[in-house]
Ligand binder design. Sequence first.
Ligand code: ZN
Ligand code: ZN
Length: 144
Amino acid sequence: MNSTEMNDFYINRLKELKIKLTELRINIIKIISRTKHFTINELIDMLKQMDSKVNIMSVYNNIDLLLENHLLYANTFNGKYIIYEAIKPHLIHIKCDECSKIIDVDDKKENTQFMNSFISLGKKFNVEVNHYKIELHGICNECK
Ligand SMILES: [Zn+2]
Ligand SMILES: [Zn+2]
């Protein structure tokens, strides 16, 4: 999905969920759709650039709303900051434990292979798997 498709996906989901599209929500969705990883402070800064009168409490409430409705992922890669990102059916993060670099893997062929393995794994535990999110750890070439 490109950022325009992602934006449309989010707007439609909110409409389906009967969540009112306030100006702040529309701006948050714009940012989610075009930004790979962001912290709450980065989100607030970006919102302030779009609209100088940003209510910080409302931003927090909206993040909670999106998390509750499974429309946002919250990652804690280094245990210190929560890094948010748009939801995806297949998500693999590879993290270098030396430099903390995070790579998002998006490979259609591999995603399908993994999905099939996870669907059969889920079946063993009587769960119908519909998405996955994995974190791999290691040392990158530059840090070796
Ligand atoms: Zn590294
Ligand atoms: Zn990511």
